[in-house]
Design a protein around this ligand. Structure first.
Ligand code: NDP
Ligand code: MG
Length: 374
């Protein structure tokens, strides 16, 4: 029986992870559950999965959860993430949103755990720190579909030349919509995937692909990373080898596939699934970086190194929140990130210093959030 600590259990990845466990209760036991503030859902899942180690980021709701579940231990606040990440589990699923996930990843790796990682912001901001930690035991199994694809293509291979990530292009790639008029409702209606609000907006601006390029750099130790627009989201990524041969991984756009693979690695386990309708009509286009410059911006942050990616990520997190709160226009999101990259003092060294990563994140995030929160 594999014990799973699930951090971010009430979100899109979290609930799909619970779907997998629900179907395979003889193989998996949920040993810890954490959410941000959705206490009622946390209580419901704790009861359903008979889980007595719980965490809730919103400290004000700790008492409410504890009184509903008298036999449970309930931790609250940021420290709960670290406590649950290091708890008695075989695999820690980090499915929280935002760079706060870095706390969980580092705590889990410190405790020598296997991390099934959905949270990309942790690697974007803290990739160098995570890589340091990986030297001391612990493993990362990627959940992000593109990275799961690359991981699968690299099985049995010793070297490769280039990674090509695929990108759906989001809801606006093939539309003539005036991007300055886009509303949060339009931006969060993704054509192929049903996801949380932050990643849906990131997909719409294409910053999601930028974050994924940085994520791939740390997972696969290369800067030879390109991306291509593939509206059908069937091919999840390509790996090109030195002889020109290319491997791709394909499947339906269902996150339960990469989640389950991260839990079961190295096995592909039987599951009920909807087969792809053949023949497939797949298209691949060059990106339009004039209209969607975010991936280029992310690549330049990667080239600069140091804390440039921390600044990029913090500015993006603050700007996406402002957009969802209707304080800024859709087109201001990437403009704000670009301004932050130009205005902030970037320290080219020390990308692995964890205290500095959190301090830089907070400084940039707060500055932007309070500047526009009027
Ligand atoms: P959601 O917004 O749907 O879920 C986020 C989860 O994190 C919720 O359970 C939320 O709890 C919890 N949470 C929020 N803040 C905190 C906190 N401070 N401490 C602990 N838990 C917290 O996001 P997604 O599931 O869509 O995405 C999660 C991560 O996975 C993101 O980094 C995203 O980029 C990545 N990812 C997602 C994919 C997808 O298909 N959804 C695909 C690939 C990657 P509450 O509900 O209480 O607020
Ligand atoms: Mg992805």
């Amino acid at each position: 029986m594999k014990k799973i600590a699930l951090l971010g259990c009430t979100g899109s990845i979290g609930t799909q992870t619970l779907d997998i466990v629900r179907a395979r209760r003889d193989e998996y036991k949920v040993s810890a559950l954490m959410c941000g503030s959705n206490a009622d859902a946390l209580i419901r899942y704790a009861k359903e999965f008979d889980c007595t180690l719980l965490g809730i980021a919103d400290e004000a709701k700790r008492g409410y959860v504890a009184s509903a579940l008298p036999s449970a231990t309930v931790h609250a606040g940021e420290k709960a993430l670290e406590i649950l990440a290091a708890s008695d589990a075989d695999i820690v699923v980090v499915a929280v949103v935002g760079m706060i996930g870095l706390k969980a990843v580092l705590a889990a790796l410190d405790a020598g755990k296997t991390v099934a990682l959905a949270n990309k912001e942790s690697l974007v901001a803290g990739g160098a720190a995570v890589k340091e930690k990986l030297k001391h035991g612990g493993k990362i199994h990627p959940i992000d579909s593109e990275h799961s694809a690359v991981w699968q293509c690299l099985r049995g291979e010793s070297n490769f030349k280039r990674i090509v990530l695929t990108a759906s292009g989001g809801p606006f790639y093939n539309s003539n919509i005036d991007l300055s008029t886009v509303t949060p409702e339009q931006a969060t209606a993704h054509p192929n995937w049903k996801m949380g609000k932050k990643i849906s907006v990131d997909s719409a601006t294409m910053m999601n692909k930028g974050l994924e390029i940085i994520e791939a750099r740390w997972l696969f130790d290369t800067e030879n990373i390109d991306y291509v627009i593939h509206p059908e989201s069937v091919v999840h990524s390509f790996v090109e080898f030195d002889d020109g041969s290319i491997k791709a991984q394909a499947g339906s756009a269902d996150m339960r596939l990469p989640i389950q693979y991260a839990l079961d690695y190295p096995r592909h386990v039987v599951r009920e699934y909807k087969p792809l309708d053949l023949p497939l009509n797949l298209r691949f286009f060059a990106p339009d970086e004039a209209r969607f410059p975010a991936p280029k911006l992310a690549k330049s942050a990667l080239d600069i190194g140091g804390d440039a990616c921390v600044i990029l990520n913090a500015a993006n997190e603050a700007a996406v929140r402002l957009f969802l709160e209707r304080k800024i226009k859709f087109t201001q999101i990437i403009q704000i990130v670009e301004d932050a990259m130009n205005e902030e003092r970037i320290d080219g060294a020390g990308g692995a210093n964890v205290d500095k990563i959190f301090a830089t994140h907070k400084r940039v995030y707060d500055k932007i959030y309070y500047r526009y929160n009027k």
